[in-house]
Design a protein around this ligand. Sequence first.
Ligand SMILES: Cc1cc2nc3c(=O)[nH]c(=O)nc-3n(C[C@H](O)[C@H](O)[C@H](O)COP(=O)(O)O)c2cc1C
Length: 193
Amino acid sequence: MNSPHAEAIADCIRTRRTVKAYTGEAVPRAQLERWLDLACWAPSHRLTQPWRFAVLDQPAIVRLAEFLRGEPTIAAVPDPAKGAAKLAKLLDRLPALGAMIQVTWMRDANTAIDLEEHAAASAAIQNLLLAAHADGWAGFWSTTAALGQAKTLMWCGLDPTTQGFLGSVWLGRAAQVPPPPPRIALVDRVRWL
Ligand SMILES: Cc1cc2nc3c(=O)[nH]c(=O)nc-3n(C[C@H](O)[C@H](O)[C@H](O)COP(=O)(O)O)c2cc1C
């Protein structure tokens, strides 16, 4: 029999969804600090804690959107044909977010270590998403090209020469929660030895 605590964690993991539509409610700074603190409890080899965060409140998101709109090279990535439409969709969605966190990891010249650092920072993002969900908020781990470009990272005060882009974590109050995308059966993903 699982403890209520274990069931609550299982429920949080299962019911967390990727949410792209938000109500416009701002996420209070104290909430963000709590989630960032929980993100930092992720494991990292040698305890390097390679994650770095740039937190954007709603006025900062508006300023970022202005920057993206005014920077002609942004829309051309990943390819000029699709980039402009993707950017327009992004600019449409950004004003409804309650906050956004740009996440990077500190790159390492050693490929094996670099992979571990990337993995550790990914675990931190998952902690953050679960923490937000547990508090009744929603999130979206986005890797949309416009938000991960070097110019965008620099605008956020991150250094693309030493940091890799892991994603933009969108946060806010869900306007609409999509149904759970089904997971592949364990039998197709696991070998028991
Ligand atoms: C590393 C990573 C990057 C992602 N980037 C995007 C993205 O750019 N656009 C998108 O629509 N979803 C993105 N997602 C979200 C996935 O589409 C989503 O997690 C998946 O469909 C499962 O849905 P769920 O999170 O509600 O369980 C990303 C997820 C991860 C882990």
